[in-house]
Design a binder for this molecule. Structure first.
Ligand SMILES: O=C(O)CCC(=O)C(=O)O
Ligand SMILES: [Fe+2]
Length: 411
């Protein structure tokens, strides 16, 4: 063995001693967790304490419960089967990025994008060019994260909504009167280089895989924003910097990895309640299990997942920026009794400190295009979340201006 190799061998030994120690710790934690699960359910399936519920639904599902704990049972009118009930499935409008990139077909695809953002607020992106291995890898590492023993996941629990990494359960767990059948891992993704080191250390490939995925998602977001601005007729502003230039200089990007385990009574609860998203565009990557539903024409429609595609939706910021032309639409997630589901939602927007209001190009009082929304910023949104439950699109509604009053006397 050469002298050069010796320090390597020492490092290797040290690493494996560390790994052995870690493996023993994890095994002990897993045993303790299993005992705890049995204790949690020891007295039959009596109502569970708040601290047990805060361990999340993966913990409950792994415990083998057969009845939904009361805290997850929605009032009858809010249950997924209640009116407006539907089992209709929807194939969302398809935005083909290969065609968008082809100058001879760009105008036609811009029309599709524009119509989708005005009508559904949702569309699917295909032929995006993101390597299938990056997509499959992201879903796979997400699944493996939620399979880690609870103590390993629980390291990242935090009440701080600004934390770069946050593990939790339900929708807004500190506020939800009825809990949701979802656990999540939230990862701040901007600036990527600075935040990755604070992401979970396990699974060992999570940082690498998720940062590759985050970079790809951000690239697609920039491309779609440019297209959306062009479709809205404000591309000229982008040419001299504009909002696209701002986004290139800095943006906000959060990734939420959602885990919806199999649920004993899925007809009584939801994985996520009806909500709209806060940013400009959200990219959702879902596995092959359906669950996402979109409100359209007063009915809930289940999105048919196209494997390898992204579901993209307009967020509150884009509705405000487009002065109401593009719609930030209510959506929710249903769960089922047999198949766990994983999704990865990437929320893209302007920097958190940026005040967002309607684009000046889209407001013209004299031409009958009044400003329809107040300016807003992240601090206002957080204050809103702290004061209300943040559901049912009420934040966006709180930013809407009343239509101008036209009085005949002055006309
Ligand atoms: O799980 C899904 O399909 C959607 C998730 C979602 O709407 C969200 O994270 O805001
Ligand atoms: Fe959402």
């Amino acid at each position: 063995m050469s002298l050069v190799a010796a320090p390597m061998a020492i490092v290797d030994l040290a690493t494996s001693a560390d790994q052995l120690q870690q493996a023993m710790e994890v095994e002990e934690e897993a045993k303790a967790e299993q005992q705890q699960q049995q204790q949690d359910l020891g007295a039959g399936e009596q109502e569970l304490s708040y601290s047990i519920l805060m361990k999340g639904v993966r913990h409950l599902s792994d415990s083998g419960i057969t009845r939904l704990p009361d805290r997850y049972v929605l009032p009858a009118p809010d249950r997924p089967g209640a009116a407006p009930a539907t089992t209709s499935r929807v194939k969302l409008p398809v935005v083909d990025l290969a065609r968008l990139r082809d100058p001879s077909q760009r105008a036609a695809v811009l029309q599709t994008l524009d119509a989708a953002c005005r009508g559904y607020g949702f569309f699917q992106v295909v032929n995006h060019g993101v390597d299938g291995a990056v997509i499959a890898g992201m879903l796979d590492v997400a699944r493996r994260f939620f399979e880690l023993p609870l103590p390993e996941r629980a390291r990242y629990m935090s009440p701080d909504v600004r934390a770069a990494v946050r593990y939790g359960t339900s929708f807004n767990q500190a506020k939800d009167a009825v809990l949701c059948w979802r656990d999540f891992l939230k990862l701040a993704c901007h600036p990527l280089r600075d935040v990755v080191a604070s992401w979970p250390r396990e699974p060992a490939d999570l940082r690498d895989v998720a940062s590759g995925y985050a970079a790809a998602s951000h690239g697609l977001f920039m491309e779609l924003m440019e297209a959306a601005l062009q479709a809205l007729g404000i591309a000229a502003a982008a040419a001299d910097g504009g909002v696209l230039g701002e986004l290139a200089a800095g943006s906000s990007h959060m990734m939420t990895v959602n885990c919806y385990p199999a649920c004993p009574q899925p007809e009584l609860t939801l994985g996520m309640p009806a909500h709209s998203d806060y940013g400009l565009f959200t990219f959702v990557l879902q596995d092959h299990v359906e669950g996402l539903q979109v409100m359209h024409g007063g009915r809930w429609l289940t999105v048919d997942p196209i494997p390898g595609s992204f579901v993209v939706n307009v967020g509150d910021h884009l509705e405000i920026y487009s002065n109401g032309a593009y719609k930030s639409v209510l959506h929710r997630v249903r769960v089922n009794s047999t198949r766990p589901r994983i999704s990865v939602a990437s929320f893209h927007s302007l920097p958190a400190e940026r005040v967002v209001g309607p684009a000046p190009e889209l407001v013209d009082e004299a031409a009958g295009k009044p400003r329809r929304y107040m300016d807003t910023d992240f601090a206002t949104f957080l204050a809103y979340l702290a004061s209300a439950d943040g559901k049912d699109k009420t934040f966006l509604q709180s930013r809407m201006l009343p239509p101008p009053i036209h009085c005949a006397i002055y006309n």
